[in-house]
Design a protein around this ligand. Structure first.
Ligand SMILES: Nc1ncnc2c1ncn2[C@@H]1O[C@H](COP(=O)(O)OP(=O)(O)OP(=O)(O)O)[C@@H](O)[C@H]1O
Length: 365
């Protein structure tokens, strides 16, 4: 199917707010995007992902944009492009990076977003901005709550519900006030009404993938919750989801954090870059919620709505129950059995091509 037929129902939306008509996105010409990005100049390049490269640009009105340009055209890539546009055009929430527009001319496929001046959470935790200690504790809490609210919109308010399938620190972008915006819907799936999961070809990032999804391709909202749990642990500790401990083995963030939680040594989990300046109760909350979200058994995980409330300090009784969960009181829990310890992939990125053995069934349960 050509993307044009796929997008036949996706028109720039007119939203009436207080009598004002707001056009939320539009179609860009290739010429306009060439002009905005200085012909996709290398100096404008912000980074590269599975879909292609992302460039900074400026439009004639002075507004700054980020343009994602498809690497190599293929029918499959065209379809993924259409899926991302289709999903982006549906979502509008303060914590989701929305669509500014797209361009499809010849074999060129480009997606246009607002530029996020503070780039990704990854760059502040582990990348070029990490030495500047830009993330104090209040900022980390606001990022945790805001991104959970963005995901809650996808899981509970969008129609049909949407699973993101690639929640990770590179996909949480930060605006000028460090407000988080969940981005990158290239792997997202629309959940058929009433379905508990969809079985699909595995795509995602090692270290963030729920075990039942990595092994069986069973994707559901709770897979996003798992990934978000890993993200919470990363945000609290500044550690990467998977760490190389010697030339042959790796350790997941869960394997590292759980023994410290058994010993209730929360200060040893806290990111040293915060120099001890965090709210202990909140740190504990982020760690317990992160670990229970990243439980190997999907039924033990929380819903993202519960996550939002718990992070805000609500659902006190639920939190007491979480703290005394067997995961945190027994010795080494069987829960450390995630894909991280068996897989070592330097990019951490799983594309469909590397997973040809997993059959795409696309069947609603
Ligand atoms: N709107 C934006 N504003 C600022 N930077 C952005 C924007 N969108 C993407 N980027 C940056 O561009 C880079 C590439 O992003 P992209 O979403 O293509 O890939 P990724 O998330 O790094 O990897 P993957 O494709 O594996 O998910 C990232 O470093 C991201 O921080």
């Amino acid at each position: 199917m050509d993307f044009r037929s796929f997008l036949c129902c996706t028109k720039p939306s007119d939203r009436k707010e207080k009598g004002k008509k707001e056009i939320t996105w539009r179609i860009f010409s290739l010429k306009e995007l060439h002009a905005a990005t200085n012909n996709f100049n290398y100096d404008n390049k912000l980074g590269e992902g599975g879909f292609g490269s992302v460039y900074w640009g400026q439009l004639w009105d002075g507004s700054q944009i980020a343009v994602k340009r498809l690497k190599v055209w293929s029918n499959k890539a065209d379809m993924e492009f259409a899926v991302e546009i289709e999903i982006l055009a549906r979502v509008r929430h303060k914590n989701l990076l929305s669509l500014r527009g797209y361009c499809a001319e010849g074999q060129e496929r480009l997606i246009v977003y607002d530029y996020m001046p503070n780039l990704s959470l990854l760059s502040h935790l582990h990348g070029q901005s990490s030495s500047e200690s830009t993330l104090d504790w209040p900022r980390r809490m606001a990022i945790a709550i805001g991104s959970a609210e963005g995901i809650a919109y996808l899981h509970h308010h969008a129609t049909p519900h949407i699973i993101h399938r690639n929640i990770k620190a590179n996909n949480v972008l930060l605006d000028e006030d460090f407000k988080p915006l969940v981005a990158d819907f290239s792997f997202a799936k629309l959940m058929p009404d009433g379905a508990t999961h969809v079985t699909t070809r595995v795509k995602g990032t090692l270290g963030y993938m729920a075990p039942e999804y990595a092994a069986l391709g069973k994707a559901s909202e709770s897979c996003d919750v798992y990934s978000f749990g890993i993200l919470l642990l990363e945000l609290a500790s500044g550690k990467k989801p998977i760490e190389k401990i010697n030339s042959t083995s790796t350790r997941s963030i869960k394997e590292w954090a759980l023994p410290l939680v058994y010993a209730r040594k929360f200060s040893e989990i806290a990111d040293p870059k915060m120099n001890g300046t965090y709210v202990e109760e909140e740190l504990k909350r982020v760690i317990f919620v992160g670990l229970i979200c990243a439980h190997d058994q999907p039924e033990k995980r929380l819903t993202i709505l519960e996550v939002v409330e718990l992070l805000k300090g609500e659902l006190k009784e639920k939190f007491v129950a979480i703290e005394s969960d067997e995961m945190f009181v027994t010795g080494r829990s069987a829960d450390c059995n995630d894909e991280a310890s068996v897989a070592d992939n330097s990019s951490g990125f799983i594309s469909e091509d590397k997973q040809e053995q997993v059959q795409e069934i696309e069947k609603a349960a």
